[in-house]
Design a protein around this ligand. Structure first.
Ligand SMILES: [Zn+2]
Ligand SMILES: [Zn+2]
Length: 393
């Protein structure tokens, strides 16, 4: 029972076990290779698909970071490789209809595997195509920037709006820490912010278990909690692109994905802090602006949600408040890693911020401390107070 807690991350692929939560869990990613020099594992991970053609997809940034090497490794191992390069002249790739369409066009009938080299956008685009065409894919991660490597949803832009489409898990995940530690620092900060968000995600989950009798799996909570402790313990070293700190960061991002995969809900990874982030992002997209990195938004939203827990402390069910540290501690953690700390730091204006506190709980049908505050008639008062604290009276 709960065997997964004794496994190293690279052993977690294809696990199945009876859990103390009463359910039988299985995790269907077939291969995980994370660590120093892990990109060398790519031919081994791809081996079962050697009969067919491999479609490898990258953009000009990720080609330089890892794509060139990935393609070379596959060529040298005798694979039949076809490449698709999105050349955006260094600009950010937006995962929209045109990107998904191009991948589909290049996917000839004899393609047996796709290899995506990148982080957010490329992973999501290839994941989406993989789920619709049933051609499996391997993700070669280039940045520890978000937790979507091991998640089954694909957020894409359609008609200028962002939708999160149901998709599928990757066949394999290859994460080379030597490559990821060289990612742009803002992407490393974004990944750290996404991990920080798990603090309030777990507290929100606990709240909903106690208020709504929602399902909870202690094994998953422990899996995530242990990964957070390791990652936060090395926060300061991230600034120096330290090997171990990068490894713990990508492990934490991956393990929350594993936890989500086990329980088939995103509770271990996302709570009210993600709802604020989505609210801001939708506002930016609606105004035609490029949204701030997902994890960066999540990071600065986390102390805000911690303030909600503080304000509601007298009404919280027993034990829930203890799961959320004081907001000042979370701010200090972000500062330690060199991340932005408040929504103001990343340019969210006062009006948008205040609106997001009032309306953010509606973004998803998911019970959180914001809805808890609403139910107790305290939402407006708390929103005003937090806004004044961050933006001044
Ligand atoms: Zn996230
Ligand atoms: Zn369980």
């Amino acid at each position: 029972m709960n065997e997964i807690l004794n496994l190293a991350i690279n052993e977690m692929a294809n696990t199945e076990f009876d859990c103390s939560c009463g359910r039988h869990h299985n995790f269907s990613i077939h291969d995980i290779a994370i660590g120093k020099g892990a990109i060398k594992e790519l031919p081994r991970v791809a081996e079962p698909f050697k009969e067919g053609k491999i479609l490898i997809v990258y953009d000009d940034n990720t080609y330089k970071a890892a794509g060139r090497e990935a393609k070379q490794l596959l060529d040298d191992a005798g694979f039949n490789v076809k490449e698709l390069l999105f050349d955006r002249g260094g600009e950010l790739l937006i995962p929209d209809e045109s990107v998904v369409g191009r991948i589909l066009e290049e996917q000839e009938l004899d393609v047996s595997l796709m290899v995506a080299v990148g982080s957010g956008s490329l992973n999501d685009s290839v994941k989406y195509v993989s789920s619709r065409t049933k051609v499996p894919y391997i993700i070669v991660c280039t940045a520890p920037s978000m937790d979507g490597y091991v998640a089954d949803g694909a957020p894409l832009i359609c008609n200028g709006y962002k939708y999160s489409y149901p998709a599928c898990l990757a066949y394999g995940v290859v994460g080379d820490t030597d490559i990821m530690k060289e990612a742009p620092m803002e992407l490393i900060h974004a990944g750290f912010g996404d991990v920080v968000g798990k603090i309030t995600a777990l507290a929100d989950w606990d709240l909903s278990v106690k208020v709504n009798d929602e399902y909870r799996c202690e094994t998953c909570v422990e899996l995530v909690q242990r990964a957070l402790d390791k990652c936060f313990g090395q926060a300061e070293a991230l600034k120096e692109r330290n090997d171990e700190a990068t490894l713990y960061l990508i492990e934490a991002l991956t393990l929350t994905g594993v936890a989500m995969g086990l329980v088939n809900i995103s509770r271990p990874a996302s709570g009210a802090e993600h709802m604020l982030s989505h609210y801001w992002e939708m506002d930016y997209i609606a105004r035609g602006l490029t949204p701030i990195h997902h994890g960066t938004q999540v990071g600065v939203a986390t102390p805000v949600i911690a303030m909600f827990f503080e304000e509601m402390a007298d009404l919280l069910p027993e034990g829930t408040g203890a799961l959320c540290p004081p907001h000042k501690e979370i701010e200090a953690l972000l500062r330690k890693a060199g991340c932005p700390v408040t929504p103001k730091d990343i340019g969210i204006d006062r009006d948008l911020f205040h609106r997001s506190l009032i309306e953010g709980y509606k973004v998803r049908p998911r019970y959180s401390v914001m809805e808890f505050a609403k139910a107790h008639g305290r939402l407006e008062e708390i929103a005003d107070k937090i806004t004044n604290t961050i933006y001044g009276e």
